[in-house]
Design a protein around this ligand. Sequence first.
Ligand SMILES: Cc1cc2nc3c(=O)[nH]c(=O)nc-3n(C[C@H](O)[C@H](O)[C@H](O)COP(=O)(O)OP(=O)(O)OC[C@H]3O[C@@H](n4cnc5c(N)ncnc54)[C@H](O)[C@@H]3O)c2cc1C
Length: 465
Amino acid sequence: MADLIDDLRAALPDGAVLTDPDLLRGHQRDEADLCEYGTPAVVVRPRTTEEVVAVIQIAAALGVPVVPQGARTGLAGAANAVDGAIVLSTTAMDRIIEVDPVNRIAVVQPGVINAALAAEVGRHGLRYPPDPGSWESSTIGGNVATNAGGMCCVKYGVTGEYVLGLEVVLASGEVLRTGRRTAKGVAGYDLTRLFVGSEGTLGVITEITLSLRPAAEDSLTLVAVFPSTAAAGAAVAAISARGLTPSLLELLDQTHLIALEAYRPMGLRTDAKALLLAASDTGLRAAADLERIAELCGEAGADEVYAATDADEAAALLQARRNAHGAMEKYAAEAFPGGNGGLIIDDVAVPRSALAALLDGTEKIAAEHGVAIGVVGHAGDGNMHPNIVVNRADPASVTQCRRAFDDIMALGLSLGGTCTGEHGVGLLKRDWLARELGPVGVGVHKSIKAALDPAGLLNPGKILT
Ligand SMILES: Cc1cc2nc3c(=O)[nH]c(=O)nc-3n(C[C@H](O)[C@H](O)[C@H](O)COP(=O)(O)OP(=O)(O)OC[C@H]3O[C@@H](n4cnc5c(N)ncnc54)[C@H](O)[C@@H]3O)c2cc1C
């Protein structure tokens, strides 16, 4: 332990090696509830690739695990520390190295905050679309390592679709450069894609080359209110079947509407069973697109459809969707006072055609287990987040909630879905990943891990047991 700290202090600049016990406790875990975590021996905050290399070499020499962390907003326990580990925080690697409007690319260090990048490229008339709900706090490195989705991904795709190339420090201490800066390129295996979504288990991402889009055209927003979640799901399937591509298609169920009105009141209808928020950013065509979406919502059973009157109202509605996590945390805290209320957050994604069945089935699972489940999510992607409200202090509640979580996972897989649409596997979904992949898929995962990290020091225990 003394060797570890001495070696790190010798290799890194002043202030980059932190051992204050409060700070170590602050870096134990991400935002996922009920996932195990340990206490790191040290937190390091390198600023350069060379400093990351030094950390990895010291870790390899002493056999100490390394847990990369961005902003710790993850929802799967993927950034949770293990006892005695080096937590490698990327928060000081926060430089936007380059924005190139001609080639429409940006090159960034991993600790850049998503919203800071969006603002910077906006000054060049460009846009970086992936916008997770956590965009004001999560890092691009964390977004890449989890292949994060977001609100506008229904039209523009998830993080991985924007990653052109990476610089990665491998477990050996070597620096690997993958990918390209060109619009096209097919040289060799797609190593970039291998590291996207690898949750810190294959290497530490130290630089990211991202593709950008032109700024979006003007958008319009509408709200459709439904008497059942399944009807909202049917509307999503109809919108997709008609070839419409909204730039936002989000669902909030009644529990979320109630939680949001208690959190930041804005006149949402709390008697509704579900609300769909849809937007179209096709400029002059947006009004016509939304009219068709409104018709399809009506045909699916919406009892009220209304358009946002102006950009401010549209922004307020989007912000309400972004507030869903905070609102549900407050809801859970009030349901089980004394700091006992928590959330187990599912992240199942199903084919859009199966969304209604998933929503219907989730309601039945909540009733069967006698637990409160609020559902929110990226409906246009078929990606739902059932939030299961748990009393952490009551083992019976924890057991019931875990059973409900598993039943939702099983339902999602039976509908042709996946155990994680965007949050990643982390610790929370390791068993379900193994079921989804099957033995051959698990074997290939293990072979890749063994080839790149034979000593198993990078983010141990995540993704696979
Ligand atoms: C309110 C709220 C809303 C959210 N909304 C969304 C959403 O809409 N869509 C979505 O996908 N997620 C969402 N999330 C989850 C979370 O924000 C994302 O998973 C995000 O990508 C995590 O980024 P981070 O910087 O916090 O990474 P962390 O949580 O710190 O780490 C996540 C994973 O990435 C690894 N990692 C981080 N940096 C690196 C690196 N440089 N090299 C290698 N590995 C690294 C870590 O080891 C860990 O495995 C939300 C979370 C919250 C709290």
